[in-house]
Design a protein around this ligand. Structure first.
Ligand SMILES: *[C@@H]1O[C@H](CO)[C@@H](O)[C@H](O)[C@H]1NC(C)=O
Ligand SMILES: *[C@@H]1O[C@H](CO)[C@@H](O)[C@H](O)[C@H]1NC(C)=O
Ligand SMILES: *[C@@H]1O[C@H](CO)[C@@H](O)[C@H](O)[C@H]1NC(C)=O
Ligand SMILES: *[C@@H]1O[C@H](CO)[C@@H](O)[C@H](O)[C@H]1NC(C)=O
Ligand SMILES: *[C@@H]1O[C@H](CO)[C@@H](O)[C@H](O)[C@H]1NC(C)=O
Ligand SMILES: *[C@@H]1O[C@H](CO)[C@@H](O)[C@H](O)[C@H]1NC(C)=O
Ligand SMILES: [Cu+2]
Length: 373
């Protein structure tokens, strides 16, 4: 165990970046022993163990070379032919778009109350697998520890716009900001920060967003030629890296979410927003921090490659929450779906029983074998 903890710490620190461990990081590390004991008692983890599990790292803990390798794989996926039928879905231009399409066509399935966590767990894993198997990526899906960048995300190595970032902010544009629902003034609105227009620097400056938007069309964003949003709508990637939204992404919010919600219903509900506290919840705050198009569109948001980092963090904190009391939390979902319930991601993953998506150690028939460090 000591050796294991040491490895975890070494893995987290790389490249000399000055991010001390935050309270959530410390809680994660402190939980591993309890989790290991729980796994040891389990009848089967399908051969996966903590030692064998691959480690998903925070973006800032990757070396510049690792970041560049990741970026190359994303661009590669965007250059491969799609699996979806382009006659039926003319907006699907490449393999990456298969993932965006899945999030659009399966939006209700992916976001229904019991499925939010397990379906996104499968979705991220399938994306990571495609980057590795279809594009030769040798690492794993990085995540975005929101608290590290909360004070000014646009200047962080994640969004600073250089060629080893995930692209910069959008240029200043006629961007209205984002309306929130269920919140009182001034929390009913994410006012625009300094972006909102096309992302003109970094590795994704040339990408063409095609599917969507499906939700409200923002000022300046062309409308999709099809009412269902599946038409070909070529446009730039737009962002408004937003400090007003990121102010609710400091680690104290994440830590409070994990430690204060003692049942899964409350955990999910608080993650999605606490109107009584004027708190949008870390999940929405992360989406609002990205904004723009397609990041600001509920249906099409995976069209911005930063999506996977954000939902990686959501998956990570679900896992940390589960580890606080594994006996009681590894196998609970809001609304307790039936035993034969399933998640089907069509073009991006095989259909899986929902209850087999609960454990990142041995779930999905043993294909899940990862932790976050
Ligand atoms: C492990 O398997 C045994 C024998 O099949 C069973 O009695 C027991 O309840 C199982 N334990 C758990 C934790 O699933
Ligand atoms: C694609 O969809 C069209 C229209 O529904 C259909 O005619 C065609 O057979 C499909 N192609 C494939 C390869 O399934
Ligand atoms: C991009 O920014 C990161 C973090 O500040 C830095 O380590 C890296 O060297 C920069 N890369 C380039 C190509 O400027
Ligand atoms: C964008 O496209 C231009 C023209 O094809 C190319 O020269 C440039 O390298 C591309 N930039 C990136 C970041 O892909
Ligand atoms: C969280 O921390 C931030 C930054 O230090 C602070 O501004 C904010 O008031 C804190 N929020 C809560 C709910 O503790
Ligand atoms: C996607 O999966 C759902 C649920 O299994 C299924 O009903 C639907 O037909 C599938 N769609 C496609 C295009 O394969
Ligand atoms: Cu989301």
């Amino acid at each position: 165990m000591l050796l294991y903890t040491l490895l975890t710490i070494l893995c987290r620190r790389d490249d000399g970046f000055p991010y001390p461990l935050d309270n959530t990081d410390k809680l994660e590390e402190a939980s591993l022993a309890k989790f290991e004991a729980y796994l040891a008692k389990k009848n089967s983890t399908n051969g996966c163990t903590l030692e064998k599990a691959v480690k998903r790292q925070e973006w800032h803990d990757l070396t510049v070379a690792q970041r560049e390798e990741y970026i190359r794989a994303v661009l590669c996926l965007q250059s491969k032919p799609p699996k979806a039928n382009q006659t039926e879905y003319p907006g699907v231009m490449n393999r990456y778009d298969d993932f965006v399409l899945t999030h659009e066509t399966q939006a209700m399935h992916l976001h229904s109350t019991p499925h939010l966590f397990p379906a996104h767990r499968l979705y991220i894993w399938a994306y990571e697998k495609a980057l590795r198997e279809e594009c030769g990526y040798t690492g794993y899906q990085p995540y975005w520890n929101w608290g590290r960048t909360a004070s000014d995300p646009a200047t962080s190595p994640l969004f600073n716009g250089n060629m080893s970032s995930m692209g910069g902010n959008g240029v200043k544009a006629n961007y209205p900001g984002i309306k929130t629902t269920g919140f009182e003034k001034p929390y009913d609105m994410i006012p625009p920060d300094v972006g909102g227009g096309c992302v003109l620097d970094g590795p994704f400056k040339n990408i063409t967003v095609s599917l969507g938007p499906i939700g409200g069309v923002l000022t300046d964003v062309p409308k999709n030629p099809r009412a269902d949003g599946f038409g070909h709508n070529p446009r730039c990637l737009r962002r408004d890296v937003n400090r007003y939204a990121s102010a609710m992404l400091y680690d104290n919010y994440t830590y409070a979410l994990i430690t204060e919600a003692t049942d899964v219903n409350k955990f999910q509900k608080n993650m999605l927003g606490i109107p009584e506290k004027n708190d949008w919840g870390v999940h929405m705050s992360g989406h609002y921090t990205i904004g723009g198009d397609p990041g600001g569109d509920f249906f099409s948001s995976p069209g911005d490659p930063i999506f996977w980092f954000h939902h990686g963090m959501v998956d990570r904190i679900w896992w940390i929450w589960q580890m606080q009391d594994p006996e009681n939390r590894m196998n609970v979902l809001p609304e307790n779906p039936p035993k034969d319930d399933f998640v089907d991601l069509n073009w991006t993953a095989k259909r899986v029983n929902t209850w087999d998506l609960m454990d990142s150690i041995g779930g999905n028939g043993g294909e899940f074998c990862y932790i976050y460090v």
